[in-house]
Design a protein around this ligand. Structure first.
Ligand SMILES: C[S@@+](CC[C@H](N)C(=O)[O-])C[C@H]1O[C@@H](n2cnc3c(N)ncnc32)[C@H](O)[C@@H]1O
Ligand SMILES: [Zn+2]
Length: 958
């Protein structure tokens, strides 16, 4: 096999993933000035991770024998100055492995948001990037070119500029292209001047629009100012004898803070066939009624009849979702010079203002002669589109999301935004200012829909796109955009100005931005030094559909922009995702991805480097992505999981939620002239032999970095692929080619076995039956590295779900067959569920069964561990004769579960006997019980039960 005649980059040798992950997680809670606050873009990559990966990919490893001398010299000088002089740390840089460590330590610290604009870091990084580029063959004085063809919100190209590279960003989506334009071109080009001008014109738009709209946002006679109007969609009660108006409300709480709470009370008004409201200050929680909707069905507060969800939908459907004729039920106000918010019922003045706004909108629509409708009438994507759940309620056009006053206000902002005339003569500069004001209108729109939520715990408005989805919202707050509350116009402009100000790094280098599909890149062959991209993750986010929300307003705000293609909606056809509604299946995704990555390889120079980010919780998602990479002619040379989830984020306890995304580092499998290498053939036997030790070593590293569970399983794909993808093809002795699918079956099996031996450290894992191995592995897969659910009350367990295919693959490696374990695993459609212990009673105790109590006891009132009696409802059970129990389970796992159920049911005597006479001295029983105690999620009832069994065993001296 041909060896590569170029030095490894740092990222192909090592990466401080733990520290980078810490910085990436912390960055998610940083708000001011971060580019994510410029505008919504879904699934943005943390800058910390991009920055670190870029540095480590662009800089060679100084300890590599092929590393150019000149880079070693520069790196030594830079690290000596940075650490030994400025920081007073002492690195002996004459040792090249120490020099490597100094560089990696630098990269770890530079990932910190607080250091990202620090001149000491910036100049060091840029010097190293320039030196590496020239040392690796670049022209003196030039910078390496980094390309990202799936640029999204622009994290990767922005970081490329920061670390001293040139950046070329493209995306299929015009909204993403506009965001990149701002971040990579307008901000570096115009800097502070741009910030000042945006602030100034934002203020001008405000003054003009506020004047024009003043009558629709009246102040209270006592001088208080409404900051939000709360509305509820309504239906008519379908009880034939009733027919009252039912306001649809999920909750009646208005404020729910420590020390201050406010709620609504519903007062039936039978004569008028409607409800009236009353505001209650500091109510007892038990006094607050339930809302009127639950799971989409609406219960009438007058007659108690429940109108089913289908009828609720049918009624709203006729009224385009019912935002335009909703019921205003409360007004939130603030009083000048006073803290806090007040709540009052709407007055005739409030209702009139909203009505006249609707009339005014109607008038303007009649007079309107523009090419596009005044309020966007473009269609939402079809019913069934991933994440969209509003069309079935009649929200079919983008304009249906807004109530009339909201639409009127947005339309007014747009009219003034189009009149702004920045002072500088340069047309490009004016376009920049206009673009940023248009983005401010988008930010405003995000807060000004009927799909926002009143966050009663903080008394603020939670914007529309808190998630990558558009679910229906029954009651919502309409903000008064001119006043001092969340979601107002000052905020929209202020956040944007802040992003401009915080992203000026001084070197004035700007990037190049194009709108194009990754499947058809416009750059010439071999013209790029690094290909670093974060493509769509299989079926995770419908970017184009979501972005239409903003696109329809941008079209109206920026009619003459070169960036917006002038098409009705954003392009969908070439978008590289899995989406059944658009007939985009696994094959479509794989082909699109393969073509995109082939394009990436084509434009990259033969000695260039690639990095592709991917995360998915299904094996099928991963297999598609990997197959695309291999078919596209890439060799994987390293892979690094970077954990980006915010600490403390609630992880679903019973489904695999990934915390990390994997950075797959890759090289073109090419000859020095750029042609694809096709002659390297790998021997299947040798490949299989290399796999287990590689996975073993990698698992150890991962667990030392706190990467466990599903994150660790998927993180093993990289090293596995390093072995396989070294070759153009891998062959068996017979000459038959080994497909990636076949190889991956072996990989899954190896990974399961390896993981299992880390779970049962120093135990003979072969000694356990398949059911124990499977259970342990299953629970481990679902476990999260950074602590899950500590300190919660024991929860009733509903089992542990995994995607069927993932579960099957894990099981296979452990010698277990899912479909042969009916008492342990339930398979339903594409999901497999490991049954919770409470559902195993019939399997473990024969016909009579034994069940755990339906409700867990509150903490503190637990069963007495040593004693034989228990309090309350289960006492009757506990004195029943244990002899009536039939123990039907057979394996060690069954025995542990039997003991757990006896404990849960309060069968203290029976448990004691079972431990003393049957299993208490069996080392396998103890080993498994201990392992399970570590694996059941903290706070789960199973964890409590198994710990109870262990404590009981101990108290019996066993
Ligand atoms: C995971 S996002 C990138 C996010 C980005 N790294 C960030 O931090 O904001 C993937 C992007 O791929 C884009 N995309 C999807 N299909 C594409 C195609 N065929 N060509 C170019 N871009 C495409 C989407 O519009 C989306 O912006
Ligand atoms: Zn009724």
């Amino acid at each position: 096999m041909m060896t590569n005649a170029y030095p490894k980059r740092l990222i192909e040798v090592d990466l401080p993933i733990k520290k980078i992950s810490e910085h990436a997680r912390r960055e998610k809670s940083i708000r001011h000035g971060h580019i994510s606050t410029l505008h919504i873009w879904w699934a943005r990559r943390p800058l910390a991770a991009c920055r670190a990966v870029l540095c480590a990919a662009l800089w060679p490893d100084p300890a590599d024998p092929l590393c150019p001398r000149e880079f070693i010299i520069t790196a030594t000088e830079q690290m000596d100055r940075f650490w030994n002089t400025l920081d007073a740390t002492n690195y002996d840089l004459s040792d090249l492995t120490v020099l490597r460590r100094a560089l990696l330590d630098f990269i770890a610290d530079f990932a910190n948001w607080d250091n990202s604009t620090d001149e000491r870091y910036l100049s060091t990084a840029r010097t190293l990037t320039g030196s590496a580029h020239v040392a690796l063959g670049g022209q003196p004085g030039t910078r390496p070119l980094v390309v990202d063809p799936f640029a999204g919100g622009g994290s990767i190209p922005l970081e490329a500029l920061r670390v001293g590279a040139d950046a070329f960003a493209s995306d299929l989506n015009p909204v993403a292209v506009l965001l990149n334009k701002v971040v990579l071109e307008y901000i570096p080009k115009y800097g502070t001047e741009l910030a000042d001008e945006v602030r100034k014109w934002g203020q001008w738009v405000k003054e003009e629009a506020e004047k024009e709209l003043a009558e629709f946002y009246p102040k209270d006679p006592d001088g208080a100012t409404p900051i939000a109007y709360l509305w509820a969609r309504t239906i008519t009660c379908e009880n034939p004898a009733c027919g009252a108006e039912v306001p649809l409300m999920r909750s009646l709480w208005l404020a729910k803070r420590k020390g201050r709470s406010v709620a609504l009370k519903l007062i039936p008004n039978r004569d008028e066939k409607r409800v009236e409201f009353e505001i209650v200050e500091n109510p007892k929680a038990s006094e607050v009624q339930d809302g009127t909707v639950a799971r989409g069905s609406a219960t009438c507060p007058i007659c108690g009849y429940t109108t089913p969800v289908e009828s609720v939908r049918a009624q709203l459907k006729k009224r385009h979702g019912g935002a335009a004729d909703a019921r205003m039920f409360c007004v939130v106000t603030t009083q000048h010079g006073q803290q806090g918010r007040s709540y009052r019922l709407p007055t005739e003045m409030d209702l009139n203002a909203a009505r006249s706004a609707a009339d005014e909108l109607k008038r303007q629509e009649i007079e309107w002669s523009g090419e596009l409708s005044l309020v966007p009438d473009e269609l939402l994507p079809p019913v069934g589109t991933l994440g969209f759940r509003v069309q079935q309620y009649g929200i079919e056009r983008w304009g249906d999301i807004f109530n009339p006053r909201q639409a009127l206000s947005l339309v007014c902002l747009i009219r003034y935004a189009r009149k702004i005339n920045p002072s500088k003569k340069d047309e490009k500069f004016s376009e920049a200012v206009r673009s940023l004001i248009a983005l401010a209108i988008d930010r405003q729109a995000d807060y000004l829909t009927s799909l926002v939520v009143w966050a009663n715990t903080g008394e603020f408005i939670a914007h529309t796109f808190g998630r990558q989805a558009l679910p229906i919202v029954w009651e919502w707050p309409e903000c008064n955009l001119w006043e001092d509350g969340s979601g107002n116009w000052d905020g929209a402009v202020g956040w944007i100005v802040r992003v401009i100000e915080e992203n000026i790094f001084g070197n004035q280098v700007h990037g190049q931005i194009e709108a194009c599909s990754a499947t058809n890149h416009i750059l010439p062959d071999d013209s790029v030094n690094a290909f670093f991209t974060d493509p769509p993750y299989y079926d995770a986010v419908p970017y184009a559909d979501l972005s239409d929300f903003f696109y329809v307003w941008l079209k109206r705000s920026l009619s003459s922009s070169a960036i917006l293609s002038g098409s009705e909606l954003t392009p969908k056809k070439d978008e590289c995702i899995v989406d059944p509604v658009k007939n985009k299946d696994k094959e479509f995704f794989e082909t699109q991805m393969m073509v995109s990555l082939s394009e990436g390889r084509r434009i990259l120079s033969p000695n260039g480097i690639g990095a592709v980010v991917f995360a998915h919780k299904s094996t099928s998602g991963w297999e598609s992505q990997l197959r695309a990479m291999i078919k596209a002619g890439w060799t994987i040379t390293a892979s690094w999981p970077i954990d980006t989830e915010r600490p403390g984020r609630l992880r679903a306890q019973n489904s695999a939620a990934l915390a990390s995304s994997i950075h797959l580092v890759c090289r073109p499998r090419e000859n020095p002239d750029g042609s694809l290498r096709t002659e390297d053939v790998g021997d299947w036997g040798a490949v299989l032999k290399e796999l287990p030790p590689r996975i073993h070593e990698w698992m150890e590293r991962l667990s030392s970095e706190n990467v466990v569970g599903a994150d660790a399983i998927f993180a093993c794909l990289g090293p596995a692929l390093e072995i396989y993808s070294r070759y153009a093809r891998v062959e068996k002795i017979s000459g038959e080619e080994v497909t990636l699918g076949e190889y991956l079956e072996h990989v899954w099996a190896t990974v399961s076995r390896e993981a299992l031996s880390t779970i049962f450290r120093d135990a003979d894992t072969e000694g356990f039956e398949p059911d124990a191995r499977l259970t342990a592995m299953w629970l481990w897969t679902l476990s999260a590295g950074n602590g899950d659910g500590d300190g919660e009350e024991a929860k009733k367990s509903t089992g542990y779900s995994l995607e069927y295919d993932t579960a099957r693959k894990i099981a296979q490696g452990l010698g277990a067959h899912l479909d042969q374990m009916p008492g342990l695993v339930e398979i339903k459609g594409s999901e497999a569920r490991l049954l919770p212990v409470r559902e195993r009673g019939a399997h473990l105790f024969g016909r009579g069964g034994l069940s755990a109590p339906q409700k867990e006891k509150p903490a503190g009132k637990q069963l007495t561990l040593g004693g034989e009696s228990v309090d309350g409802a289960y006492e009757a059970e506990s004195i029943r004769d244990a002899a009536t129990l039939e123990f039907t389970g057979e394996t060690t796992l069954d025995q542990v579960h039997q003991a757990m159920l006896l404990f849960a049911a309060g069968r203290g005597d029976a448990l004691g006997r079972f431990l003393r006479e049957d299993v208490g001295r069996d080392p396998k029983f103890a080993k498994l019980a201990q392992a399970l105690s570590a694996l059941y999620p903290t706070g789960s009832e199973e964890r409590r039960w198994v710990d109870g069994v262990l404590a009981r065993k101990k108290s019996l001296g066993l």
